[in-house]
Structure formats: structure tokens, C-alpha cells
Design a protein around this ligand. Structure first.
Ligand SMILES: [Zn+2]
Length: 383
């Protein structure tokens, strides 16, 4: 089916004929088969992984299968971990026991754990079920209102695992690597969130750390779960810069929630998305971009603005390719809606209206206020 709007679309035309899309898919794979990372001592702490060569945004840094997985706490025990470890090679067992353990000494509210359990609790990453995904668990992108879904913490079936290589990645509250559990391959994939220079340290955000919290909140979480003081570039910010960072993250978090309540107010919802997109860029936490873009897409389809809907879902697709990979369920979903935005169940559920596309705030260089009440052109501050 050819939309009448398609004639006006350049960047957001059909995904099957879009060259950007094909380039993105191939750019998401590493051409050089040698590892693009190396292990070295880190100024953040202990050993870390570093870029062995420049890594492009969206490139697969590595994929890893878990050494072992366990059900969520408190079902797992030291014995249940040792039982699985007994089936691994001697070398793997040694590598496991060489990992850091934040539960060796007693800290307020945190008792000492037996070694295997302590190491597991310190290093485990959510990785879903080792069983085939249940019917209905398509991994489809979540919509508004769920911070966990936006933070990549969707329920994958309640298992956590140890990944020996990934355990060498240090934490940053501004990560440059994003991890995604690939249900079909049963691997954890790690992709570059932005272009990474040679010798730059590769950092992810550790499980259970809400990186949209303030520095104080993050410090408390990190100290409680991992027993160290975060020395990442954001936590090291002082004075006004530090306060600005805290404020931006708090605003992004608030917008997550507020956008979820805007289903009857698409103009307002889209204005909040525009603000959030600007804050993400300023704070360099772009891994939330796909979720916000998909929210914007939904606002546009509600009012039958399919031109801007396509532009938004195309951007969501690009962002999901960079974080979760072009073969991820979310990327597939976004690509389908890019081809046919009318297929979305919310399409046409509100009166027709023209909203704005993702480039609206970039094209405008002045603070021109919105024209009229139904068209969003640019929003520069939170009301
Ligand atoms: Zn930090």
C-alpha cells in the first residue's frame, strides 16, 4: 500500500528501499574478526576492557554465553552454584573464583556470603531463561510508563548468569557499551553506544544501578551492591556541572513517567519527548532514545500523522539497532511499523492532527514558540 504521505518523505521512506538502513545493518557487525577489545589495568579499578582499535557506534563489541546461570535470589544458594560449577572445566572454575567479591566482609545490612554465592551476587547479569521463550514473550518493545523496560530490565524469565569476559567491564554511569540478552542465541551481546576511540575504556552500567538516579542515590546503590565508590566521569563532576547532571537525569526519569500518562494528550506527550531527547543528548545517555522515539511514534499514529510517525519509528529502529542489534525483536517491531505505521493498534484513535518529527528541535536554532495549540515546533525548557 502506498501512503499519500510517502511522497513527502525522504529519510523515513520504506525500510526495504532505504540505503541508510542497509548500511546500519552491516555497520552493526565487526568486519575485523580479531577482538576489538583488550584487557588492561584501569584507573577506575582493577582490570578493565579497553578498545583495541576504534569502535563504531552500534558495532558488536562481543557476544558471550554464560558460564552458568541461576534462578533469581533467594532461590540460589552457594551449593546450587557449586553444583553447576562442578560441571565446568578446572580453568573455568579458576576464572570464576578469580572474579571480584563484594560480600567478603560484613557491611551494614549486608552479611558475609560464602565465596561462590558472594562472587555470583557481585557479578551476575540478568539473562532470562535458558529455556525457550514462552509463547507471547516476543521481546516486543514496551510502551510508555515502565522505567524498567526503558532501562533494559524487561523480565526475561528470571535468571541471572556469570559472564567471565563481561565481568571484566567496569561500571560507568555514562556507559559506552550496552548489553542485551539475545533470547534466540542465548548470548549476551555488548554493543558500542557511541563511537569509541582506541584505548578508551569500555564500560557498561552494572545491574541494579539506576543510572538516572542522582550522584548521591547512585553512590548509595553502588556501595550497597558492589562495595565501591564510583569514580566515573559523571560521579566525578563537581559543583554546578554535577548539579546540572543530577537535574537532567531526574528530569529524564520524571518524563519517563509523565509520558506514560499522556495517552489522551498527544501534543503534550510529544513535547515531553522532545524535551527528553534534548536531555538525553546533553547527558549522553542515548540508550533510552529508542523508547522515547517509540512513544513519539505512538502519539503520531494516534492522530493519524503518519509522516511524522514514520520518521519517529525509523529513529527508534536506528537507535535499537545500535543498542540491541538489528536482529533484536525490538528492531524487527520498529521496522514493521516503519513500513506500515497504520498497523499499530492505536492508529487513528484520536482526531486527526499534525505533530512534529524527530528533527524538529534540531532544525530550529532560535526559541520560536509553538505556533498554535496543536503543532509542536520546538520546546526549549520544561514547563
Ligand atoms: Zn558513576
Amino acid at each position: 500500500m502506498i501512503d499519500e504521505e510517502t511522497e513527502d518523505e525522504d529519510d523515513a521512506s520504506s525500510p526495504s528501499t532505504n540505503h541508510h538502513g542497509q548500511e546500519r545493518e552491516s555497520a552493526s557487525k565487526t568486519d575485523d574478526l580479531s577482538p576489538c577489545y583488550k584487557m588492561s589495568s584501569s584507573s577506575i579499578g582493577g582490570f578493565g576492557l579497553f578498545a583495541a582499535r576504534p569502535i563504531s557506534q552500534g558495532a558488536l563489541v562481543f557476544a558471550e554465553t554464560p558460564l552458568l546461570t541461576q534462578p533469581l535470589s533467594p532461590t540460589r544458594t552457594n551449593s546450587s552454584i557449586l553444583n553447576v560449577l562442578a560441571q565446568r572445566t578446572r580453568e573455568e572454575q579458576c576464572a570464576f573464583f578469580a572474579l571480584s567479591n563484594a560480600h567478603k566482609t560484613e557491611r551494614p545490612g549486608r552479611p558475609v556470603l560464602l565465596p561462590a554465592l558472594g562472587i555470583f551476587e557481585t557479578n551476575a547479569l540478568p539473562c532470562g531463561s535458558t529455556l525457550p521463550p514462552a509463547s507471547g514473550d516476543t521481546g516486543e518493545a514496551k510502551t510508555s510508563g515502565s522505567k524498567d523496560a526503558k532501562a533494559g530490565k524487561a523480565d526475561h524469565g528470571g535468571r541471572e548468569g556469570i559472564f567471565l569476559r563481561a565481568a571484566r567491564l567496569n561500571h560507568s554511569c555514562r556507559p559506552n557499551v550496552w548489553r542485551t540478552w539475545d533470547v534466540s542465541s542465548q548470548e549476551m551481546t555488548f554493543r558500542a553506544l557511541r563511537d569509541i576511540a582506541q584505548d578508551e575504556e569500555l564500560c557498561m552500567n552494572y545491574a541494579d544501578v539506576d543510572i538516572l538516579g542522582t550522584r548521591e542515590e547512585r553512590a548509595a546503590e553502588i556501595e550497597k551492591a558492589f562495595g565501591f565508590v564510583c569514580a566515573c566521569e559523571v560521579c566525578e563532576l563537581k559543583g554546578k556541572e554535577g548539579k546540572d547532571s543530577d537535574r537532567r537525569r531526574a528530569d529524564i526519569k520524571r518524563l519517563f513517567e509523565e509520558i506514560g500518562t499522556c495517552s489522551k494528550e498527544p501534543t503534550l506527550g510529544l513535547r515531553k519527548v522532545s524535551i527528553a531527547m534534548r536531555l538525553l543528548k546533553e547527558e549522553q545517555v542515548m540508550h533510552y532514545e529508542a523508547s522515547f522515539c517509540f512513544d513519539a511514534f505512538q502519539f503520531c499514529v494516534m492522530v493519524s500523522d503518519f509522516v511524522n510517525a514514520k520518521a519517529w519509528v525509523k529513529k527508534a529502529w536506528e537507535a535499537s539497532c545500535d543498542t540491541m542489534g538489528p536482529e533484536s525483536p525490538a528492531a524487527h517491531t520498529f521496522k514493521l511499523y516503519w513500513a506500515n505505521p497504520r498497523a499499530h493498534p492505536l492508529a487513528g484513535t484520536l482526531p486527526h492532527m499534525t505533530l512534529s518529527g524527530p528533527d524538529g528541535d534540531e532544525k530550529a536554532v532560535d526559541d520560536t514558540p509553538p505556533r498554535g495549540t496543536t503543532v509542536v515546533t520546538r520546546v526549549t525548557r520544561i514547563s
